[in-house]
Design a protein around this ligand. Structure first.
Ligand code: NAD
Length: 295
């Protein structure tokens, strides 16, 4: 789809995604509540910063959102006038990890205004946002998805059209439930190995050459946990939000969710115990490193 592109939400993920679109020669109008984010965006070639989100909405054909959650998305659309400001025929691409049930409802309400909605959340973290190799899972009408496919291709290495509206957000929440479960199991296992007298780095090497290997053991243990950095760029509060989304989706559709309950409780306990703003990799501080040292 040709036409003006707007981009709202210039945080850990949104800023490198915006930079990649701009580097591909696309002209983009951007907006964020944060002044420092607006200043950084304004320094990019091909990016103009809008004065307000409504000004941006009135002038865009494709409005990309990379916002924290459905509460923010819904408020912008329905309480702050963005849905009414969009022109009929325009499209919203919600790339944040919103709630699939809210997304379905938004798609219906927006369709009545002649506005399309594609949900296109991402996986891969800041590293793959920077390298434009994100995994992008897409929900929505095929015609709408095709209109934004080339934009999404500039951001990701893998694009999968999962199904109807909300399907991208559903599979994203379920993916993060699987990922959070792997991280929780890895942290508990590393802490137990350490208590037994095994160097956690050696324990992780064994996992990586054995059946315990997972995304945490491969990409997070050495890079963000054992070195005490805890700075992957994905907040613990966002992981907890994703887990609550997965659990409430499973409840709403009457799917079994005993393990999702248990996993969500563990992550929420860690979130309350750790300092505000902690990275999700600091789960190891909660169940792992600190717990192992405090007796
Ligand atoms: P972030 O908190 O770093 O960025 C969110 C941005 O949205 C901030 O710059 C904030 O100022 C802006 N914002 C909030 N409310 C706004 C509003 N009303 N109007 C305009 N701007 C507003 O979050 P993030 O880590 O970039 O994550 C964004 C989304 O992507 C979340 O849904 C998250 O779950 C998902 N996600 C994050 C990662 C990651 O590794 N960080 C990976 C995959 C998916």
């Amino acid at each position: 789809m040709s036409g003006a592109i707007g981009f709202v939400g210039l945080g850990q993920m949104g800023m490198p995604m915006l930079a990649n679109l701009a580097a591909k020669g696309r002209t983009i109008r951007a907006f964020d509540l944060s002044e420092p984010a607006r200043v950084s965006a304004a320094a990019l070639d091909n990016v103009q910063v809008a004065g307000t989100i409504l000004e941006l909405a009135r002038e865009t054909d494709v409005l990309i959102l990379m916002l924290p959650d459905s509460t923010v998305v819904d408020r912008l659309l329905w309480n702050e006038g963005v849905a009414d400001a969009l022109r009929p025929g325009s499209l919203i691409v919600d790339m944040g990890s919103s709630h699939p049930m809210n997304t379905r409802a938004n798609a219906r309400r927006l369709a009545a205004l002649g506005v399309g909605l594609v949900d296109a959340p991402v996986s891969g973290g800041v590293k793959r946002a920077v390298s434009a190799t994100l995994s992008i899972m897409i929900g929505g009408e095929t015609a709408d998805v095709e209109k934004v496919r080339s934009i999404l291709s500039d951001l990701g290495a893998t694009l999968v059209h999962v199904g109807a509206s909300g399907s991208g957000h559903a599979i994203k929440a379920l993916n993060n439930f699987v990922s959070a479960s792997g991280m929780a199991a890895t942290c508990e296992a590393l802490a137990a190995a350490e208590r037994f007298g095994i160097d956690p780095s050696i324990a992780n090497q064994v996992f990586n050459s054995s059946t315990g290997k997972n995304n945490t053991t491969e990409n997070k243990v050495e890079a963000f946990m054992l070195n005490g950095r805890f700075d992957s760029g994905f907040a613990m509060s966002l992981m907890c939000k994703d887990l609550r989304t997965a659990r409430s989706l499973m409840q709403a559709i009457d799917a079994k969710h005993a393990f999702a309950d248990c996993c969500t409780r563990l992550w929420e306990a860690a979130e309350s115990a750790l300092p505000r703003g902690a990275d999700h990799t600091a789960l190891y501080r909660y169940v792992g490193r600190d717990a192992a040292n405090d007796d």
